[in-house]
Design a protein around this ligand. Structure first.
Ligand code: PMP
Length: 424
């Protein structure tokens, strides 16, 4: 069909009504998400500093106290009195926002001190703050991969979306995916690549959805043998592992062998922001080239102050790391004693297996509505279809009574069919 304009003098093909097409796409997509049980509903949860891990769950018809089993504030540092005091002091002294990018009046002594503290945490000459761990990965990896022509990144198959964003965003870089934590596969793929090409091995220490841990030292061995650099995401480990909270690379005594370590201030440290640490000139180069750093406002001073205090406090607070490990072990043995299906792993992240998206959503909902327990359902695309799970994280503040209540609730809401299927 043609439309006529100007009294039939001009004829034009049907106009694309872009707004209508996009809206139709949105509505069809949302309907599909709902059909598949993957529609994202955010529970409205109010964190209570003095009562962690108890939160107030806000519903249209009222407020209810719930136990949260899926917080990434793994050590409860988001409520540590010294961290709160540092934040309050900094708000009072420096106001609410940074007021500029790092280059445009947004670099305060707090930012500089925090970077020095993070560099020292990892035994590196330098560190660089980013707006979040996501941005640190996205901007940091892209900056590295765009530096040399023909760069190939060797990416663990379970790497986080933010690392993948950095690799995809790097113009001209090649990407090879190796099987998760599989040294043989990594070696085969390194050996198959042109020996003259620059190479980066990108991986995590603690994997956030499975709770397993990478063999960092052995990966560094391969990197040395094949002339590759290493980029390690320690987001789920910093603050939690190692004598001073430097992560798995500190625990394993291999931090000096990793070229670039990336971390977050938002999980173990309980605040907000991300960073990378490494060689002074490499970090300086990334500072000078990464768009995700240059063109965005720096962290609010109070966030930097709170994070700085948290890193310093946690360095000298191994008791919290010990308590985390003890609580994680207690959670795992209680689940096992009750015959509940979980993924086995050596970290504080304890996934309970469900294996089907709609079921996973329903189980999480019944836990919340009937048992006042909040556990996040993890669905595609965060994990592959058919591997849906609840992601539980122990913290030093989960009591034996909370563990017992969780086990009772899971036994009530997890259909025996799902349990049997997981056992097979
Ligand atoms: N890396 C990994 C492995 C993550 O799981 C996440 C966030 N969940 C990030 C990076 C991003 O960290 P942030 O929350 O500080 O943006």
């Amino acid at each position: 069909a043609m439309r006529t304009y100007g009294g039939g003098i001009l004829e034009m093909p049907d106009l694309m009504d872009t707004r209508r097409a996009f809206l139709a796409h949105c509505q069809a997509n949302l309907a599909a998400l709902r059909r598949e049980g993957r529609y994202r509903e955010f529970a409205h949860l109010e964190k209570l500093s003095g009562r962690f891990p108890l939160y107030r769950w806000h519903r249209p018809d009222g407020v209810r106290e719930v136990t949260v089993w899926s917080s990434n504030d793994y050590l409860g540092m988001g409520a540590h009195p010294q961290v709160l005091a540092a934040a309050a002091r900094a708000v009072e002294e420096h106001g609410a926002g940074a007021g500029g990018t790092r280059n445009i009046s947004g670099t305060s002594p707090l930012h500089v001190a925090l970077e020095a503290e993070l560099a020292s945490l990892h035994g590196k000459p330098a560190a660089l703050l980013f707006g979040s761990g996501y941005i640190a990965n996205q901007a940091g990896i892209a900056a590295v991969l765009e530096a040399l022509p023909g760069f190939i990144v060797f990416s663990d198959a379970k790497n986080h979306a933010s690392m993948i964003a950095g690799m995809r965003g790097a113009k001209g870089a090649g990407r090879v995916i190796w099987r998760h934590n599989d040294l043989q596969d990594l070696e085969a793929k390194l050996a198959a690549a042109p020996s003259g090409a620059p190479k980066l091995i990108a991986f995590e220490s603690v994997y956030s959805m499975d709770g397993d841990i990478a063999p960092i030292g052995a990966i560094c061995d391969l990197a040395e043998r094949y002339g590759a650099m290493t980029y390690l995401d320690e987001v789920h480990a910093v603050g939690l592992y190692g004598a001073t909270g430097g992560g798995i690379s500190e625990r394993d005594g291999v931090a000096h062998r990793v070229d670039l370590i990336e971390g977050t201030l938002a999980k173990g440290f309980g605040v907000f922001g991300g960073y990378i640490a490494g060689d002074a000139d490499m970090v300086d180069y990334i500072r000078s080239t990464a768009g995700g750093l240059i063109f965005t406002t720096s962290l609010p001073p109070a966030v930097a102050a709170a994070a700085l205090e948290s890193v310093r406090v946690l360095k000298r607070l191994p008791e919290r790391r010990v308590a985390l490990a003890e609580r994680a072990a207690a959670l795992k043995s209680a689940l096992d004693a009750a015959g509940l299906p979980r993924l086995d792993g050596p970290s504080h992240i304890v996934p309970v297996w469900v294996g089907e998206a709609e079921l996973c959503r329903q189980v999480a909902r019944r836990l919340l509505e009937d048992h006042a327990i909040y556990a996040t359902p993890i669905n595609y695309p965060t994990v592959p279809r058919g591997t849906e799970r609840l992601r539980l994280c122990a913290t030093p503040f989960h009591t034996d009574a909370m563990i017992a209540a969780l086990v009772t609730a899971l036994q009530a809401v997890l259909p025996t069919a799902a349990i049997r299927q997981a056992a097979e």
